[in-house]
Design a protein around this ligand. Structure first.
Ligand SMILES: Cc1cc2nc3c(=O)[nH]c(=O)nc-3n(C[C@H](O)[C@H](O)[C@H](O)COP(=O)(O)OP(=O)(O)OC[C@H]3O[C@@H](n4cnc5c(N)ncnc54)[C@H](O)[C@@H]3O)c2cc1C
Ligand code: FES
Length: 340
């Protein structure tokens, strides 16, 4: 087992945890059930930007858009990338207004491929069997190590419900040349994958506020987990689900969501196509999800919003909903950033 070499103290809360040589400050905290704010775990989203009151770190791989050299000089660090070179004193963020649940400690698992099937031109479903059940909240993600590329981990949101902890389902967009996603059709039944998790703070909060779900493409995965879970646990909760795709054939899980609508009296599903073609015979909404939301959501203030998919879409939907009155602390985003 790795040595605990340094200590971190969060101020002013006084929370303390130990730091392991070579591991990120965030990983060390999560393993010890110390909740820090974070998102992508890849140095791309800035959610884990904290101020170092004292101590030295190796800043790791960070996007210059998320952490500038000036910010590093001032004492800011991305804790998902930073590795301690001394004891640290870190200024704590106040996240008490985000209804956070207790951390589920991330663990390592070996998963076996149970099934791989193609859902659309670009989207694939990967089902994995786990020998040991994984606990997670609906909306969280795992990391998968790319076969043949040790140490290359990719994040994927879990689409299945926590009610089936031995069989998880992922929705993966295939990207030409992608280190993991482009291998998807070569993953045969029984193939072993290393996974770890759960991670992520964009999980469904257990209150009764109405929920706005917004996704495009594979961003449907964590939202599907929430709906599948709530269909059994809280079928009367209000959900308005906006799902965008280019063509009819890119809209996945539509039949299942209509079945969920029949079980969940207050679920309204609003698919939209941005570029329908004649063969689509599409009679639903046309436009980008931002345009549909602009038209249809007059007042966003009552909602909790979960927005998942490409970072540009997440950003524009967040901006729109903020302008329509949603408080910032009730927007939960899963930006699907590529690994740094
Ligand atoms: C929190 C989180 C959750 C995520 N959940 C999902 C999920 O549920 N489903 C899913 O499909 N993805 C998800 N992603 C994205 C996923 O982790 C990978 O980044 C993605 O699958 C690409 O990995 P790769 O190994 O195939 O490609 P890489 O080897 O990482 O990249 C290869 C090349 O493709 C480019 N690239 C990467 N992504 C894209 C893209 N979307 N469009 C165009 N070019 C791209 C890269 O910049 C690079 O040049 C998530 C990301 C995060 C941070
Ligand atoms: S979690 Fe660290 S930059 Fe996204």
């Amino acid at each position: 087992m790795a040595d605990n070499v340094f200590k971190a103290r969060l101020e002013p809360s006084g929370r303390e945890f130990s730091l392991t040589a070579g591991d990120s400050v965030l990983n060390c905290a999560l393993r010890q059930r110390i909740l820090l704010q974070y998102g992508c775990r890849n140095g791309r989203c800035s959610s884990c930007k904290y101020f170092l009151i004292d101590g030295e770190v190796d800043f790791g791989k960070t996007s210059p858009y998320c952490l500038t050299d000036n910010e590093k000089d001032e004492g800011w660090a991305l804790l998902c990338q930073a590795r301690a070179l001394s004891d640290l004193v870190i200024r704590d963020q106040d996240i008490s207004d985000r209804d956070d649940a207790a951390i589920i400690t991330p663990q390592d698992y070996t998963a076996k491929v149970a099934a791989v099937d193609r859902l659309s031109a670009a989207l694939w479903r990967l089902q994995l069997d786990l020998e040991h059940p994984i606990r997670f909240y609906p909306g969280q993600y795992i990391e998968v190590e790319a076969p043949g590329r040790p140490g290359n981990w990719r994040c994927y949101s879990i689409a299945s419900s926590p009610a089936t902890p031995n069989r998880i389902e992922l929705v993966i967009k295939r990207i030409a040349g992608g280190g993991f996603s482009d291998q998807i059709d070569r993953l045969v039944r029984g193939f072993e994958l290393a996974i770890r998790g759960p991670y992520g703070m964009s999980y469904l909060r257990t209150c009764d506020r109405p929920v706005l779900l917004v996704a495009t493409g594979s961003g449907i995965a964590p939202l599907l987990s929430m709906l599948r879970f709530c269909a059994a646990e809280n079928p009367d909760r209000t959900f308005q689900f906006y799902y965008g795709a280019r063509h009819r054939s890119d809209l996945i899980f539509v039949d299942e969501i209509h079945q969920l609508e029949a079980r969940m009296s207050r679920l309204s599903f609003n698919p939209a196509l941005s570029a329908p073609v004649a063969g689509d015979e599409w009679h639903g909404a046309v436009g980008r999800v931002t345009q549909i939301l602009q038209r249809e959501v007059l007042d966003a203030s009552p909602f909790d919003a979960y927005i998942c998919g490409q970072p540009e879409m997440c950003e524009s939907v967040s901006t729109l909903l903020l302008a329509k009155g949603i408080p910032e602390n009730r927007i939960f985003r899963d930006d699907f950033f590529a690994a740094a």
